[in-house]
Write a protein that binds this ligand. Structure first.
Ligand code: URA
Length: 258
C-alpha cells in the first residue's frame, strides 16, 4: 500500500504566532508555505493600513504588480479603488486593505510571457484564512468591505451573491457590518467605455453607502445631547440566511485588542 504524504499543512494556522500582534503576524506570514501558492508568488503580500482602521477592504489575491511590490492594491485595480474611495469621501490612508489569499496565483499566457491571474480555489482560500482572521481580530474594523465574489463568499458563505446583496450592511460576527461590492478589476474588465463608466459609478455608490453608514453609526454613538439623525434605512442591517463563513472563531489571544 502506498501512503500519500500531503506536502502542505493545508492551513496557515500553525504559522500564526501564539501572542499575535499585527507586526508579528505580518512577519510570520512572510514564511508561509501552508499551500503550494508560495511556489508561484514572489512573496507574501500581507495587508496594510492603520492598526485601528474603522474600515477593512478584503480583495481576492494580489495581482502581478502587488506580487512584485509586496503590497496590496498598488496596481490598476488599486488605482481605481483609490479613485472610488476619493469620490465616496473615504480617506484611503485611514483604511486597511488586504486579500483573502496572500500569494499571487497565476499561469503563463499561451502567446505571451505575461503572468495571467488565476482564481484561487476553496482549499487555497481555506489554507490562507488564518491570516485574514488574525488581521480582522487585531484591527477590529467597524466595517469590512468585500471586493468581488471570492472575498464576499469567503466571509459571507458560498451562497452569497454580490449582484443581489451588494451595498447593504450585512450582519456578521466579524464586524459591525460587512458590505459587499464588485471587485475593481471587474470594473476594469467591462466590455466597453459605457459599461465601465456605469460599473465605476455603481462601485462609488456602494462605497458612498458605507461612508453614510459609518457617519450614521457615529452619530448614534455620539454623547448624550448630540442629535442622532441616522435614518432607519441607514441603520438597517441585512441578515443573510444560511450565512456561516463569518462565524468561525477568531484567535483568542487577538480578540478584544486594538
Ligand atoms: N486584486 C486584488 O484582489 N487584490 C490586490 O491586492 C490587487 C488586485
Amino acid at each position: 500500500m502506498v501512503t500519500r504524504v500531503k506536502p502542505y499543512a493545508e492551513s496557515a494556522a500553525p504559522y500564526v504566532p501564539e501572542r499575535p500582534t499585527l507586526e508579528k503576524v505580518r512577519a510570520a506570514a512572510t514564511g508561509c508555505k501552508a499551500c503550494w501558492l508560495w511556489t508561484l508568488g514572489t512573496q507574501t503580500v500581507f495587508g496594510e493600513g492603520p492598526r485601528q482602521a474603522d474600515v477593512m477592504f478584503v480583495g481576492e489575491q494580489p495581482g502581478d504588480q502587488e506580487d512584485k511590490a509586496g503590497r496590496p492594491f498598488v496596481g490598476p485595480a488599486g488605482k481605481l479603488l483609490d479613485r472610488a474611495l476619493d469620490e465616496a469621501g473615504i480617506d484611503r490612508t485611514t483604511v486597511y486593505v488586504t486579500n483573502a489569499v496572500k500569494h499571487f496565483k497565476w499561469e503563463r499566457g499561451e502567446r505571451s510571457t505575461r503572468r495571467i491571474h488565476k482564481k484561487p480555489n476553496d482549499a487555497e482560500i481555506r489554507a490562507c484564512r488564518p491570516w485574514l482572521d488574525s488581521e480582522i481580530a487585531l484591527v477590529r474594523p467597524r466595517v469590512i468591505i468585500t471586493l468581488g465574489a471570492t472575498a464576499s463568499q469567503a466571509l459571507l458563505g458560498k451562497q452569497f451573491r454580490v449582484t443581489k446583496d451588494r451595498g447593504k450592511p450585512i450582519a456578521s460576527p466579524l464586524a459591525e457590518a460587512i458590505f459587499a461590492t464588485v471587485h475593481p478589476s471587474a470594473v476594469l474588465r467591462a466590455p466597453d467605455a459605457a459599461a465601465r463608466a456605469l460599473a465605476e459609478k455603481e462601485l462609488i455608490a456602494d462605497l458612498t453607502k458605507v461612508a453614510r453608514y459609518l457617519r450614521a453609526r457615529s452619530r448614534q454613538a455620539a454623547p448624550r445631547g448630540a442629535r442622532a439623525t441616522a435614518t432607519r434605512s441607514e441603520r438597517r442591517v441585512t441578515k443573510i440566511p444560511g450565512g456561516r463563513a463569518g462565524s468561525r472563531e477568531l484567535p483568542m489571544a487577538a480578540r478584544g485588542r486594538r
